[in-house]
Design a protein around this ligand. Structure first.
Ligand code: 2HG
Ligand code: ZN
Length: 478
């Protein structure tokens, strides 16, 4: 093996440093420095219950100037910082695991402007996806990023994780929709790249670099997002299918018929049952198909019933289908309630492995995954679902004993790597995937990423537990 990049010693925790707490209070006001353990719960643990840590304090700055002063203060005190938005991440990336100061964006909620001509929205990092979408819709436009956690997930969070979500197939990922960004660097300097231009080739793509950096390069404080024309009339089909190949063939046939694909999601029999039990819903299909695919379509062809014609034309392969027109979300419930249903049904915090493979390998990947898991981890219940037409599958593993977590993660991620896939499709690396990062990137690539970080944050004050290659234990090459 080539040597992994060196790490600076992790920045220290500020727990029990009253001088720092006083200084932070002077910046943001005493009401916005939270140290009372009873009020810290929502900040130190993630929603799945898998990641939990401690914090010296949660600081809630009111604007970029306060974020800058807070970071400069923590920097001078040698105190590490974890930036946090809605804390809806699934890889432990926004949870303070070692006493770091949490810098919450919860007060950065101003929506500054929608430019209906240039089709942009500028807003604070703490604005939720739902609030930004509502604002965009008032101007007849859409943010284009949507995810089940829309009411809590923030713009700063979706930028920092480069979220994909339910509409990525149509509108692209967050990075591709980010035109400008304002972020505070580890030492308190404010980086502003803020031009509402679609064409602007002056140097490196720094907004693109901050997107997906998981808060290791800067604390995103404001974002300038591209808006798009929303779909007109839509229709949704939920189809029972015998295999994943038919799901992809159905999506292609719909495109061929002139329909615009707004979303394409895969579910399994087990996942559908779990949601049905949890929400007490009737089974939407008359057949008990091994897979179900949910497709939302738009475009003029919707009015010509192209969806029904395509389904009818594939009746040999499509085992049964339910169709819904308009904005109702009855069929979507089956997909959107997966995360919650898995969480409720699992006896231990679910292990969530968000992965992708080339489209041509999804079927083979899933075909090997099930038997491999039942052979090596017989008590574990896997539920796979996700944005399959982007190659993205959410492998959720229920009833994993804590002692099995590492081995089962290793098993799945190695299988992904063997199929030429990615160990993280859209959720990021966080703590969950960190030990396996070398399965996803080769050594020079890791070294370049580390050099970029070192240039911006030499002491690793920002999210020191992440992108910390020394913690990469599993280096692939099997
Ligand atoms: C989704 O697509 C989210 O609903 C969450 O990415 C996936 O719970 C999960 O594993
Ligand atoms: Zn997803």
């Amino acid at each position: 093996h080539q040597a992994m990049p060196d790490q600076a010693a992790p920045a220290r925790s500020a727990a029990g440093d009253p001088a720092l707490t006083d200084a932070l209070q002077r910046i943001v006001g005493p009401a916005h420095v939270i140290t009372d353990p009873a009020m810290l719960e929502g900040y130190v643990a993630d929603r799945t219950g898998r990641w939990r840590g401690t914090t010296a304090a949660v600081v809630r700055p009111a604007d970029t100037a306060e974020v800058s002063a807070v970071l400069a203060c923590c920097h001078d005190a040698g105190a590490a910082v974890v930036p946090q938005g809605g804390n809806t991440g699934l890889v432990g990336g926004s949870v303070p695991l070692h006493g770091e100061v949490v810098v919450s964006t919860s007060r950065l909620t101003a929506i500054d402007n929608v430019d209906p001509v240039g089709r942009t929205l500028s807003a604070g990092a703490g604005v939720t996806v739902a609030a930004a979408e509502e604002k965009a819709r008032r101007h007849g436009l859409t943010l284009g990023i949507d995810l089940a956690s829309r009411d809590s997930a923030t713009l700063g969070g979706i930028v920092s994780t480069n979220a994909g979500g339910l509409r990525m197939i149509r509108y692209g990922d967050t990075r591709s929709r980010l035109l400008g960004v304002e972020a505070v660097l580890a030492d308190g300097r404010v980086l502003t790249r803020w031009k509402a231009l679609t064409k602007d080739n002056v140097g490196y793509d720094l907004p693109g670099l901050l997107a997906g950096a998981e808060g290791t390069l800067g604390v995103v404080t404001r974002v300038l997002m591209k808006l798009s024309e929303p779909a007109g009339e839509t229709a949704v089909a939920l189809a029972g299918i015998p295999d994943v190949g038919e799901g992809l063939a159905l999506v292609r046939a719909l495109e061929h018929a002139g329909l615009i694909i707004e979303a394409a999601e895969l579910m399994t029999r087990d996942g559908m049952r779990l949601v049905g039990d949890h929400l007490r819903l009737r089974a939407p299909l008359d057949v008990d198909a091994p897979y179900a695919v949910l497709v939302e379509v738009s475009g003029p062809a919707v009015q010509q019933d192209a969806l029904l014609s395509v389904l009818a034309g594939r009746a040999d392969a499509v085992l049964d289908a339910a169709v819904e027109h308009g904005p109702a979300r009855r069929l979507w419930q089956y997909r959107e309630a997966h995360t919650e249903s898995v969480g409720v049904a699992s006896s231990t915090p679910p292990v969530k492995l968000d992965v992708s493979t080339p489209l041509s390998r999804i079927e083979a990947f899933l075909g090997e995954l099930g038997p491999g898991l039942s052979e090596h981890f017989p008590g574990v219940r896997p539920v796979c679902f996700g944005h399959f037409a982007d190659g993205n599958i959410h492998v959720n593993l229920m009833d994993v004993e804590p002692a099995q977590q590492e081995a089962i993660t290793d098993h799945v991620l190695r299988l992904v790597a063997r199929h030429g896939g990615s160990i993280s499709a859209e959720h990021g690396v966080g703590r969950a995937k960190l030990p396996w990062i070398a399965l996803g990137r080769e050594p020079v690539d890791l070294a370049v990423m580390d050099a970029v970080r070192g240039a911006l944050d030499p002491a690793r004050m920002l999210n020191p537990g992440l992108f910390h290659w020394a913690a990469a234990a599993h280096r692939g090459g099997d």
